[in-house]
Design a protein around this ligand. Structure first.
Ligand code: HEC
Length: 190
């Protein structure tokens, strides 16, 4: 019987490893289009010059970000290069201050504080008359005040650091997450 021959099983193991490796390569190349800025799911960095909203797409049966007309951040129109640098700095601020120790991004992180994937869209930022959404959010990051969950500690961000983090969060809110729920996993304060 050929099934008694170790060479048969060796050949089977090698063939399936090669096949699955090829599948992995195809999947990786295929998802690059979705995860690269300017690809199908991630906007270019200069999306921070635009209005971003979130609405129900009945064809897809899920909420999707919608990119609207111009809505400048900090009264400045960023070129793609400037926006990329600012968002890169925001990423460094977010990593160095370990925001993920309390928050989640795309559901990854800690569950103490709200998911930040769509924090840009929180209606609370529009409740400050005379203050633009981006400025209200940067002010919050520099001097956190009680929003309703637990209290966020003051991380002593400079204005530049807070603005860079806001740019990162605005850009992130425009990422198409295939319907990942908005306002996910918030631990409620007792
Ligand atoms: C020690 C825990 C902790 C850390 C670290 C932390 N936060 Fe927070 N954050 C909170 C809590 C708690 C809230 C909710 C505040 C409230 O409800 O009053 C919050 C709220 C927020 C909000 C408002 C969310 C919304 O949906 O309106 C933003 C934006 C935010 N944090 C950004 C950040 C950023 C950016 C960092 C890193 C630079 C960070 N946080 C680090 C605990 C933290």
């Amino acid at each position: 019987m050929y099934t008694r021959d170790p060479a048969f099983w060796r050949a089977g193991a090698i063939a399936s490893t090669l096949f699955m490796s090829a599948v992995l390569v195809i999947l990786a190349v295929n998802s690059l289009d979705a995860i690269t800025p300017g690809g199908s799911h991630v906007p270019l960095y200069d999306v921070i010059n635009n209005q971003i909203s979130y609405s129900y797409d009945s064809a897809r049966g899920e909420y999707v970000p919608k990119i609207g007309g111009q809505e400048l951040l900090f009264n400045h129109e960023y070129s793609e290069t400037e926006a990329k640098a600012l968002i890169g700095k925001g990423k460094m601020v977010i990593q160095s201050r370990a925001c993920m120790d309390c928050h989640t991004f795309f559901g990854n992180g800690a569950y103490y504080a709200p998911d930040l994937t769509r924090a840009w869209l929180d209606p609370v930022w529009a409740e400050y008359p005379g203050t633009k959404r981006g400025d209200a959010m940067a002010a919050f990051l520099m001097h956190p005040f009680r929003l309703g969950y637990h209290e966020m500690p003051n991380l002593h961000l400079s204005r530049d650091e807070a603005q860079a983090a806001v740019a990162y969060l605005k850009w992130m809110s425009a990422v198409d997450t295939n319907g990942f729920p908005n306002g996910f996993g918030v631990a409620q304060a007792k």
